[in-house]
Every structure is written in structure tokens, then in C-alpha cells.
Design a protein around this ligand. Sequence first.
Ligand code: CA
Length: 342
Amino acid sequence: MLLWAAGCGGSEFSNARSTSGTGGTADASAGTGGSGAALGSAGTGMGGRGGVSGSSGSGASGGTLGAGGTLGAGGTLGAGGTLGTAGTHGTAGTLGAGGTLGTGGTLGSGGIGGAGGCGRVRPGPRMAEVVTPNGSYCIDSTEVTNNDYAAFLASNPAPMGQPCSWNTSYTPSAQWPPTDKGGLPVAFVDWCDAAAYCIWAGKRLCGRIGGGPSAPSERADATKSQWFNACSAGGGKVYPYGTSYNGAACNGADFGATAPIRAGSLDSCQGGVQGVFDLSGNVWEWEDSCAGNSGANDICQARGGSYSSTTSLMLRCDFDQNFYRNAAAVDGPYLGFRCCAP
Ligand SMILES: [Ca+2]
């Protein structure tokens, strides 16, 4: 979302409010500014547009675009700003005033593109940004719901190739169409249904930080597994809400609901990333982490436990449950998914 590729002042920015060449400011999630590059000769230089273009910040407002440059001989224009790291549900940044026409000024460089893009409008749940030392990514704030999944089916999605060429239908194997479409997590889906949905939504099934699948051996490695990193807040938590088990926090068997609840409806089950819900309990969540890449009988992992998980162990962030890729004999009302990006 590079709003300003380079300074280009002139009369269009003659209503400058600023005489300073500095760029604008960004919110806390904004990146750092690029420096200005010299340009222009005396008498003909053009005002640059520096500043910061905040994009959607995580829970914050975007940055502002800095003011332009100065008028006068030898004046300098503001250094280019930065484009804020994109995040979730932030507001767009505002534009600063343009620079005035100067002579011999320097032209500010453009900003730096934001890394996240989690706030971009995509089908399915709103996404939250997860920042890690190994790179940032986005994760769905909730499990994918029946409503979300119905939109996918309505698109008449095409079959996938291997390892999913055996999967000729994306329709859940039971309870479809759902009697209650109101935000309950979709279930009765196999790995390929989940993967195809995420691709359709411009996302991917949560896998390895940086791209590709996460190896099953990396299930509790916060530097590798997107799902685990988000659940454990970078490895610092055992459960998304803390280090000690609380049977009343999330929808495991101890919660007593005995069925899935509306995705994201339980405030006490928020975390490890702020604004992300139900990483423990409600429904298991397929992960892009399989042993083998052959087809229906590959062993793939699901994460987080479900409403029917009777032990705290199964509801931990570092636990994984093995299922066949085609979910044969085990797909049920307790098995769903969420997506990540990129
Ligand atoms: Ca869950």
C-alpha cells in the first residue's frame, strides 16, 4: 500500500502547510522512513512528498503522511516516510500537506511497504497480525464458521491436485447445510477441504512461519509453527490465556457446553495473540503439518483440542492430534480449522 512512491511536488502541492522537510509520524506499528535522495537543480527542483503513510495498524490508527518540503533556494524536501506495517482493524492514515515548489531541493524517497497486510479485506474471519523475530504473519481471529464456509461452497470451487485429488467434494460430510448458520465453526471437514477454503480466501492453512508446511516435529517450536506461535504468544504461554489450566476459560469438556459455541464468542478464551479466540478448545484446527504428501492416508495434525477434550493436555498449545488427511472415521463436529497468511 505504497501511497507515495516518490516525491513529486510542484504546483499541485502549493498549499503546503509545512516548511520543514521532515516526514510525518507513524503510529506504533509504522516502520522506519526511507531517506531522501538528492534530486533537482537550482531553480527547478520539485517539492517532494515525504512522510509516512500509515496503513492499517493493529488496533491502532494509521500514520500520517508527512509534510512536503520547503520553498526557496537550496531548500530541502522532507525525507520520505515509511509505510506503516499493515495490521488489523486500524484506520487508514491521513495525507499530509504537499510541499511547496522549491529550488534546488532534494526529493524525498518513497516509503517502505508494509509487511503485514492483515487488515486487507478477505473472505472469512478478520485476521490479526502476529509479529515474530522470524517474520510477521496473519492469523484468523476465529475458527472458520459455517457462514464463511457456505460462501466458499457457493463459489463452486474447483478440485485440487495432489495430495487432494481424491477429494471430489468440499461439502462437509455431515450436518450440512447447517441448521444453525449463525457463526458456529464449520466442522466435518477434512484437511483438503480446509486447505482449499484457505486458498480460496487468499490465505493458507496455518503452516510454517515464512512459508510452506510446518513439520510435525515443529509443533511446539515457536520459531517454526504459525499455529503454535500464535497460541503460545511466541512460546511464552502454555494455554492461549496463560500458563495454568483454567477449565472455565475455553470451550473444552470442563467448560460444560458439550458442543461447539459461536466462534470468537468467549472473551476468556482470547490469546495468545490479542484479538484471536478459541485456539484452545471449541473445535480442533487442521494445520498444514503432515507426515507424507501422498494423499488421503497421510497423517496430518490438528491443534488445540475441542469442546469434547476431557484432559487439559489436549487443550494445550503444544499438543497435536493426528488424523488422516481425509479424516476417515474421525471427522466430526469437533474438527474444523482457521487460516493464516501469508
Ligand atoms: Ca479451536
